[in-house]
Design a protein around this ligand. Structure first.
Ligand SMILES: [Zn+2]
Length: 259
C-alpha cells in the first residue's frame, strides 16, 4: 500500500493508557514537508506545527482506538508518513460498530477543535502571547482539515469505511466494489482538479487565488495532495479489478486443474 509500516531502530514507542503507540521516523519528515510554510515563518514555528500535527493525528487515532476497545478489542496505534492507523486485535462482526469505529476518528478531531475554540471563547488564552496564537491557529486548522479530509469517501480514508458499512446496512450486494468505484471517481475528480489548478493556465491560478473566496485555497489540492489523489485512484482501480474477477479457489478445481 501507500504507507511504510516497517519497524525501524528510530521508531518512537510508548504507551498511551492501554494502547501501545509506534511512531515511524518518516512521520516527522512528512509533518515537516506539510509544514514548509510554517518553517519559513521561523524554526520554532515549524516545530510548533510538528507538535500540533503529532497531537492532532494521535488524538484522531485515539478516537478509533477508544471505540475499538469500547467494543471489546484491544488496539494499537501507528503513526507514519502522512497519517496514522489504529489497528484492532479483532475485527467487529457488526457493520454498525465498524461504522462507528470509522467515524470516531473524525469525530474526535471535531471534539478537539471544539475544545480549542470553546476554551479560547471562555478565557481568551490565544491572545496571551504570539506563540499561543500560532498554537491556536495550527490546532484549529489541522483538526478541521484533517477531519474533513478523512471523511472523503476515498479508500482507505475513514469516509470510505463509513460508506462501505453504510452500503452493507443498506443491503447493497457488492459493498466493496461500490466503495472502490466511488473512491476511484472522487479521487480521480479531485486529482484532475488539482492537476488543472497546479499545472493548468497561469491565468486561472491567479484568478482562483485573488478573486475566488479565500476558503477555496484550503479546498483545492496542492501538488503533493494531487499526487496522493492519483495514487489513491490507482489503488482503487487495482482493487476494483480484483473484486470484479470471478472467484475460483484452488479447492474448487479438480486436482489436475490446480496450480
Ligand atoms: Zn481515521
Amino acid at each position: 500500500m501507500l504507507f511504510n509500516q516497517q519497524r525501524t531502530p528510530f521508531d518512537l514507542r510508548f504507551r498511551l493508557g492501554p494502547f501501545p503507540v509506534t511512531v515511524n521516523p518518516l512521520f516527522w519528515l512528512g509533518m515537516a514537508l506539510l509544514g514548509q510554510s510554517a518553517f519559513q515563518a521561523g524554526f520554532e514555528i515549524g516545530l510548533l506545527w510538528i507538535a500540533c500535527g503529532f497531537i492532532s493525528i494521535l488524538w484522531h487515532e485515539l478516537g478509533h482506538a477508544v471505540t475499538m476497545r469500547h467494543y471489546g478489542s484491544p488496539a494499537r496505534i501507528e503513526l507514519f508518513a502522512f497519517g496514522g492507523l489504529a489497528i484492532p486485535a479483532y475485527q467487529q462482526p457488526s457493520a454498525v460498530r465498524r461504522l462507528l469505529i470509522a467515524a470516531a476518528g473524525p469525530l474526535a478531531g471535531f471534539l478537539l477543535l471544539g475544545l480549542v475554540w470553546g476554551s479560547d471563547q471562555l478565557i481568551a488564552w490565544a491572545d496571551q502571547n504570539p506563540y499561543l496564537g500560532v498554537l491556536y491557529t495550527f490546532l484549529f486548522l489541522i483538526n478541521l482539515i484533517w477531519s474533513l479530509f478523512n471523511l472523503l469517501p476515498i479508500w482507505p480514508l475513514d469516509g470510505s469505511h463509513i460508506l462501505r458499512e453504510g452500503l452493507v446496512l443498506g443491503r447493497e450486494r457488492q459493498p466493496d466494489l461500490r466503495t472502490q468505484q466511488v473512491s476511484l471517481g472522487v479521487a480521480g475528480f479531485l486529482g484532475v482538479v488539482g492537476l488543472i489548478v497546479n499545472f493548468g493556465p497561469p491565468d486561472l491560478r491567479r484568478q482562483i487565488f485573488t478573486e475566488w473566496p479565500s476558503w477555496f485555497r484550503w479546498v483545492i489540492p496542492g501538488v503533493m495532495m494531487t499526487i496522493f489523489l492519483f495514487l489513491f485512484a490507482y489503488q482503487s482501480y487495482e482493487m476494483m479489478k480484483q473484486l470484479r474477477r470471478p472467484r475460483i479457489y484452488d479447492e474448487d478445481r479438480l486436482p489436475w486443474e490446480r496450480r
